[in-house]
Design a protein around this ligand. Structure first.
Ligand code: SF4
Ligand code: SF4
Ligand code: SF4
Length: 245
């Protein structure tokens, strides 16, 4: 019997689910290996019997919690899909501003109509078994993770910094060019795509589990930058962590 898989979304742009659809178009073999029972972006069925759940999006309303807990209770394996679900992502930018101000800015005099609270990753509500980082996720990494889950092997998510991939590509470092980059503390796996095309890494794949903070501080000091500089750059994707008291 094929493992049953379902996809769910909370607050997100749904770009990671679109990437999944894109990945499956060129990996039709995967569709032979699993049975997708729920995937709002791709099928109309709403099967509730699944073993593997991929959840995209951040939790931004108290009402989301019960739905997420129900998914957790059903799924044997729960995977956070993309930066919003994994680290809070761009939704958590609002956490840097007092919540009443944000609600007023977005909803104006109708703010009481819409319940919303501090944006958070799904792991703030339920335990997760795996994550696929990135904004959006990498299409090939998604395929590798699914295969790994099906075979019960170690998940192929790198835990070394973007700098490693960047150096292998022989890029000129953004710091040398007067720019800024979170590559030294950000999880690799994207092929250092941003520095390769001339932009500093913004940290969409989240921090590695053991970032070399001293080394990062040394790099900053060498270029006349401070810890505050790096914290302000981490707010695009890492605001959930940086806005924590
Ligand atoms: S991680 Fe990025 S691409 Fe994926 S749902 Fe969130 S905002 Fe969209
Ligand atoms: S550009 Fe960024 S990722 Fe590349 S080596 Fe420099 S700090 Fe590291
Ligand atoms: S270089 Fe940084 S911001 Fe760009 S895709 Fe990779 S992890 Fe994300």
């Amino acid at each position: 019997m094929k493992p049953k898989v379902a996809f769910f979304d909370f607050s997100s742009c749904e770009g990671c689910q679109l990437t999944v659809v894109d990945s499956l178009q060129t990996h039709l073999d995967l569709l032979d290996a699993v049975e997708i029972v729920q995937f709002r972006e791709a099928i109309s069925e709403r099967g509730e019997d699944y073993a593997i759940a991929f959840v995209e999006g951040s939790i931004t309303r108290e009402a989301d919690e019960a739905r997420l807990k129900k998914i957790r209770a059903q799924a044997t394996v729960l995977v956070a899909l993309g930066a919003c679900a994994h680290i809070g992502g761009v939704n958590a930018i609002k956490n840097l501003t007092p919540l009443p101000d944000v609600r007023k800015y977005v909803y104006g005099d109708k703010m009481e109509w819409y319940a919303t609270y501090t944006a958070r990753p799904i792991s703030a509500i339920v335990p997760i078994d795996a994550f696929i980082p990135g904004c959006p996720i990498d299409r090939e990494e998604f395929i590798r993770v699914v295969k790994s889950l099906l075979m019960g092997t170690k998940l192929p998510i790198p835990d070394y910094p973007v700098c490693v991939e960047c150096k292998l590509k022989e890029n000129v470092c953004m710091f040398h060019k007067g720019g800024f980059c979170l590559g030294p503390v950000t999880r690799a796996g994207c092929g250092a795509i941003c520095p390769t095309y001339g932009d500093g890494c913004e940290g969409c794949r989240g921090a590695i589990s053991n970032p070399n903070r001293d080394s990062m501080k040394n790099v900053l000091a060498e270029y006349g930058l401070t810890t505050e500089d790096i914290l302000s750059r981490m707010t695009l994707f890492g605001a959930y962590e940086t806005a924590k008291p």
